[in-house]
Design a protein around this ligand. Structure first.
Ligand code: GTP
Ligand code: MG
Length: 198
C-alpha cells in the first residue's frame, strides 16, 4: 500500500518553556533534535515546504523553547532547542537537559526523534551522548546528515561512512539532507511516516 506522505497543512501550535506547559499527549509526535545552529528549524521548514513556519537564524541557540507544529491536523512536529553551543549562557544551557529529557522520557505519543548532525563534521561527543541516551530509553532515532549542499558527492559518501562508524550504524541508515537544495526531502518524509503507522 502506498503511503500518503503529503504535507497538506502546517501551523504553529505552542511554545513550551516548562514541562507543565506541554500540550495534551493525544496526537503522534516526531521530535527534531541536534546541535545549536545545525539546521533543525530549516529542516522542518523544508519538510513542510514553507519558508518561515519555524524561525531560523544564523545566531546559534535561537530556539530556546520546545515548539510544537500541527501537521495535517493529525500529528505534531516538535522542534527542540539545540545543545552544545558554548556561547549560549550557562544558565540557559542548564535548562536544556531537564526540559528536553523531561519531555522525551515520558511522552507516550512520541514516535521517533529525528537526530540532525552536520555532515561536514564528525558527530560531536554531545551528539553521541544524545544518541546513546535515546537508544537507552528505547526511543526510535532517524539520523540525518544535513547541509549536504556544502559537500561534493564524493565527500557526502565519505561523510556517511565516517559518521556511521562513530554512530555504530550502517551508512545506509543515515539520511543525507539539505534544506537549501531540498536534498533528501522525500526519503526523510517516508522514513518519518513509517514511524507514524501503528
Ligand atoms: N547551506 C546550508 N545552510 C543551512 C542548511 N540548513 C540550515 N542552514 C543554515 O544554518 C543556520 C542555522 O539554521 P537553523 O535552521 O536556524 O538551525 P537550528 O538548528 O534550528 O538552530 P538553533 O535553533 O539555534 O538551535 C542558518 O543560517 C541556516 O540558513 C542547509 O541545509 N544548507
Ligand atoms: Mg532552531
Amino acid at each position: 500500500m502506498k503511503r500518503d506522505i503529503k504535507i497538506k497543512s502546517s501551523a504553529f501550535e505552542c511554545s513550551v518553556f516548562h514541562l507543565n506547559q506541554l500540550p495534551e499527549p493525544v496526537l503522534p509526535e516526531i521530535a527534531f533534535a541536534g546541535r545549536s545552529n545545525v539546521g533543525k528549524s530549516s529542516l522542518i521548514n523544508c519538510l513542510v515546504q514553507r519558508k518561515k513556519l519555524v524561525r531560523t537564524s544564523s545566531t546559534p541557540g535561537r530556539t530556546q523553547s520546545i515548539n510544537f507544529f500541527l501537521i495535517n491536523k493529525s500529528l505534531y512536529f516538535v522542534d527542540l532547542p539545540g545543545y552544545g553551543y558554548a556561547k549560549v549562557p550557562k544558565s540557559v544551557q542548564a535548562r536544556w537537559r531537564p526540559l528536553v529529557e523531561g519531555y522525551l522520557k515520558n511522552r507516550n505519543t512520541l514516535k521517533a526523534v529525528v537526530h540532525i548532525i552536520d555532515c561536514r563534521h564528525l558527530p560531536t561527543p554531545e551528539d553521541l551522548q544524545l544518541r546513546n541516551w535515546l537508544i537507552l530509553h528505547h526511543i526510535p532515532v532517524i539520523t540525518v546528515l544535513t547541509k549536504a549542499d556544502k559537500l561534493s558527492k564524493n565527500q557526502q559518501s565519505k561523510a556517511k561512512v565516517e559518521a556511521s562508524r562513530m554512530l555504530g550504524t550502517a551508512p545506509e541508515e543515515l539520511f543525507l539532507f539539505s534544506a537549501t537544495k531540498k536534498i533528501g526531502r522525500t526519503e526523510l518524509l517516508e522514513a518519518i511516516f513509517e514511524f507514524l503507522e501503528v
